[in-house]
Design a binder for this molecule. Structure first.
Ligand code: NAP
Length: 334
């Protein structure tokens, strides 16, 4: 399997195709199951369908490992203790491969849901037919949608402290958001930055008590409550933020070196528009058996879950989808 950790979604699907050659047998004319996505839901689905002898093919997407690979310390995955996000992903992949899952580093550009067999087309030029699909495409960071955010992305605006924190040694940074991600990554940034200010739109945190306590106790972290960022500015890199207090209406300018945005996520649903049923927020609708609106297509993880959104719940949903998929294939004798 190619080392593709630095492939980036923004490359627009330019990933190089490389089928894992570990298995001697060629791929079947029609796959049993294709898993789309390589986060915890995808890997656990691959593990279980692999152990069920279905020879699953997992297509990674352009961000191998999904969001958890961009996370620093994971300390709430049962039985694991504390582990770095990328290491957890690597372990999940190795375990799935050990049981026969094959991995394609590529990006799915089209899913034809008229089937089975369904047709899966990739950016790398592959066209697969498959009797079932497990969708595990997850979610991606939500943008703030303020002036100059896009222009200054990679020039001080970041959505990944793990990737970019190092560049802010001795600098002043701002983290936006009041959830677990914002606080966890703010704590991580204190290893590098001289000062970390968290701007949150309310006066109480959404994050859990443990992270909230740690952040409040950290001498490098300060909170700016009831405030939103209305613009980011700077010539070639971030220099200032326009901040508005939503209670008093007061507007201030904050000089900063970096802005880390953690204001939630949006489901990666572009492939499924007008094909699979979605709720009003764009998450796939699944039933308790992880079935989407098309028989033979299952979904697991954050593409269909806007409530729990934990690595462990996504992994569990991947297991459930795999077990139901196996049952579906047996019942339809595909
Ligand atoms: P989240 O829980 O949805 O929090 C998003 C935060 O961004 C909220 O505080 C929200 O404010 C704020 N926000 C949303 N839109 C905004 C906007 N336009 N402008 C300013 N602020 C905005 O997302 P998350 O923190 O990424 O966490 C996602 C899931 O992963 C959660 O279930 C979380 O528990 C889990 N997670 C867990 C851990 C851990 O346990 N160690 C670490 C990371 C993530 P409001 O509060 O006012 O809505």
């Amino acid at each position: 399997m190619l080392d593709s950790l630095n492939l980036n979604l923004s490359l627009g699907g330019g990933a190089e195709p490389a089928l894992e050659q570990a298995a001697a047998e060629p791929r079947p004319a029609i796959e049993n199951v294709i898993i789309i996505g390589s986060g915890p839901a995808g890997w656990s689905a691959a593990l279980y369908t692999g152990r069920a002898n279905l020879r699953p093919l997992l297509i990674t997407g352009n961000e191998l490992g999904g969001q958890i690979a961009l996370t620093t310390e994971v300390e709430n995955f049962p039985g694991i203790g504390t582990i770095q996000g990328p290491e957890l992903v690597e372990n999940m992949q190795k375990q799935a491969e050990r049981f026969g899952a094959e991995v394609l580093i590529d990006y799915v550009t089209e899913l034809d849901v008229n089937g089975p067999p369904f047709t899966v087309t990739t950016a790398g030029g592959h066209l697969f037919r498959t009797n079932s699909v497990i969708v595990a495409t997850g979610a991606s960071p939500r943008r703030l949608a303020v002036p100059d955010e896009e222009r200054l992305t990679g020039r001080g605006v970041s959505y990944c402290a793990t990737c970019d924190g190092f560049f802010f040694r001795g600098k002043e940074v701002v983290v936006i958001g009041g959830g677990d991600s914002a606080l966890q990554e703010a704590l991580f940034l204190t290893k590098f930055a001289s000062r970390v200010r968290i701007i949150h739109r309310r006066d109480s945190l959404r994050a859990g008590a443990t992270l909230a306590r740690r952040a409040k106790e950290n001498p490098k972290i300060e909170f700016i409550w009831n405030s939103v960022v209305t613009a980011i500015s700077g010539e070639n890199k971030v220099e200032k933020l326009a901040v508005k207090n939503v209670v008093t209406g007061e507007e201030t300018t904050l000089p900063v070196d970096g802005v880390f945005v953690y204001v939630g996520h949006l489901p990666n649903n572009q492939l499924f528009m007008d094909k699979l049923a979605m709720d009003d927020q764009g998450y796939l609708i699944t039933d308790r058996l992880m079935r989407t609106s098309v028989p033979g297509i299952f979904a697991a993880g954050e593409i269909q879950d806007h409530r729990f959104k934990q690595a462990a719940t996504s992994a569990g949903q991947g297991v459930a989808a795999a077990m139901e998929c196996e049952k579906y294939l047996a019942e339809t004798e595909a």
